[in-house]
Design a protein around this ligand. Structure first.
Ligand SMILES: [Zn+2]
Length: 134
């Protein structure tokens, strides 16, 4: 499941990429999902504008991850500016990784609601379908 998740594959058949654009550009369409999976027809579009909370959690995780490599390699101390440098470095890493984090959080959200083999074009949230006219 994890390789499929990281390569942005359909949660149901794990064969087709679920994003409209395989690359993260154009950035404005970064998280645009296909309406339905090309291969199995699993509906992908009817999710809420979600992933915000998951994205936040991933961002925090990335900060902790940065701490994990920054501390042993460059060292952290309250005696100099190293903590400040760490924050700057971490923020840059997080900003650069943000497009991928946004996609990953969408993927995680999809995987939470669609399980493997759950195809047939069923809606993920039938009750929220009305909010998405197309
Ligand atoms: Zn599929």
């Amino acid at each position: 499941m994890l390789p499929a998740l990281c390569t942005m594959k359909c949660p149901s058949c794990r064969k087709s990429v679920v994003f409209v654009h395989k690359s993260i550009f154009p950035l404005s369409q970064l998280v645009m999902l296909k309406t339905k999976c090309d291969v199995c027809g699993q509906s992908l579009k009817s999710e809420r504008n979600n992933g915000g909370g998951i994205n936040y959690a991933l961002t925090v995780l990335l900060f902790i991850f940065n701490l994990g490599w920054y501390w042993p390699i460059l060292g952290l101390s309250y005696k100099d500016n190293s903590f400040y440098y760490f924050l700057v470095t971490s923020t840059v890493v997080v900003v650069l990784a943000q497009p991928y984090l946004m996609r990953l959080s969408r993927m995680i959200y999809l995987y939470l609601y669609v399980s493997f083999g759950d195809s047939g074009g069923g809606d993920i949230h039938p009750d929220t379908q009305r909010q998405f006219p197309n």
